[in-house]
Design a protein around this ligand. Structure first.
Ligand code: AVJ
Length: 362
């Protein structure tokens, strides 16, 4: 249970505990606050978020309609995603976990002693547990997430299972944000970005994301060595298998998408009716991605943000992109972001890959 009492601490302690990396990132430090909750020091760097209704209206009035993929992950959506991970067709999660069981020791070695592990996106998954257990004398675990509740939940879970400093950061991990300073000496930092979450970003956005991760682990002014960025991504494979993974027979993935429609109605008063849409995910060759869409079955209009928006039969709302890469394509992407491929692991069938990247010298 997350305690409702939040204690905001004063400026002095904040500066004493956390050092903002102003030299690396231009942070808007006015936004930054330190809260203590459940014995966790939470660095709050709540980003200025656009009003959701505005973002939704813009997406649904664009030439090609779309909704932000982040809308999938409310409580029910996260539960549905966990169910997706269990369906037969969705190979990603089980393949990655089996692979991590094999290679976490090697990744732990690559990180070395006294490494601070930074995980963008609330993690606390079994994969994180494996990695932390494989690391030698880790300095701290730093989960970064935009959902304060998920962040505190995962930070607490890790704290319960591992004996190390846990320093959550409430921030949008796609934007530059400060990294907390921990009590233990940090010899290097590593970023762990598993789950093929990188696939949810367009190629261009994925490149700038990797660049941001790279800037977080580059040589630090003190004794720190340059660290590593470890990314799990889904490999290109037989089209039928990729499409089946996102069109599961039980319809869990469809429900995961319809849930977004229900949320718009209940949370934003945007009265979309799920029965007027059909879900389908398709491989789009020139994007190198599975694109999930809700297709409009019958033309209708919906009021939102003081506007009336038309949905024409045959058009679609783009819900999510899941980009896939060959190992070579991923290496090229990393290089464009200033990162070199040190090591790449895959399962025997080469369905899923984990890459260990290091900063290329400038
Ligand atoms: C969590 C982004 C990796 O794209 O495969 C699964 C999300 N969407 N089924 C993916 C998802 C539909 C998933 N990622």
């Amino acid at each position: 249970m997350i305690c409702a009492v939040i204690l905001l601490l004063g400026e002095g302690l904040r500066n004493g505990v956390y050092v903002s990396v102003e030299n690396i990132f231009e942070c808007q430090l006015e936004n930054e606050q330190l809260a203590v909750q459940d014995g966790l020091q939470l660095l709050e760097f709540a980003p200025q978020q656009r009003p959701l209704l505005e973002e939704v209206h813009e997406g649904l009035t664009a030439k090609e309609k779309s909704l932000p993929a982040k809308l999938h992950y409310d409580q029910r959506g996260s539960m549905l995603f966990e169910q997706i991970c269990e369906v037969d067709e969705y190979y990603i999660t089980r393949t990655e976990l089996a692979l991590m069981r094999e290679i976490s020791g090697a990744i732990g070695k690559a990180f070395g002693n006294g490494c601070m592990l930074i995980e963008p996106g609330s993690g606390a998954s079994l994969k994180t547990d494996l990695l932390l257990a494989a690391m030698s004398d880790p300095a701290a675990y730093v989960p970064v997430d935009i959902s304060r509740d998920f962040l505190l939940e995962s930070a607490t879970a890790i704290k319960d299972r591992h004996d190390l400093e846990v320093l959550p950061v409430w921030a949008d991990f796609t934007k530059e944000h400060p990294i907390p300073v921990c009590e233990a000496a940090v010899r290097s930092r590593a970023v762990y970005f598993p789950g093929s979450t990188v696939g949810n970003f367009s190629r261009t956005d994925a490149a700038s994301l990797l660049e941001t991760f790279g800037s977080m682990i580059r040589d630090q002014p003190d004794d720190e060595q340059a660290g590593a960025v470890v990314v799990g991504f889904d490999c290109k494979k037989d089209q039928g298998r990729m499409e089946a993974a996102y069109n599961d027979a039980e319809g869990v993935t469809a429900e995961f998408n319809y849930n977004v429609i229900d949320r718009l109605a209940s949370e934003l008063g945007v009265a979309l009716d799920r029965d007027k849409f059909s879900f389908r995910a398709d491989w789009v060759e020139d994007e190198g991605a599975i694109v999930s869409r809700l297709w409009v079955d019958q033309s209708h209009t919906v009021e939102m943000a003081g506007d009336v928006v038309t949905f024409e039969a045959g058009e679609a709302i783009r819900m999510e992109e899941s980009h896939k890469y060959t190992p070579d394509e991923f290496e090229t992407l990393a290089r464009e972001s200033g990162l070199g491929l040190e090591k790449l692991w895959t399962d025997d069938a080469a369905d899923f890959a984990v890459a260990c990247l290091r900063p290329l010298s400038a």
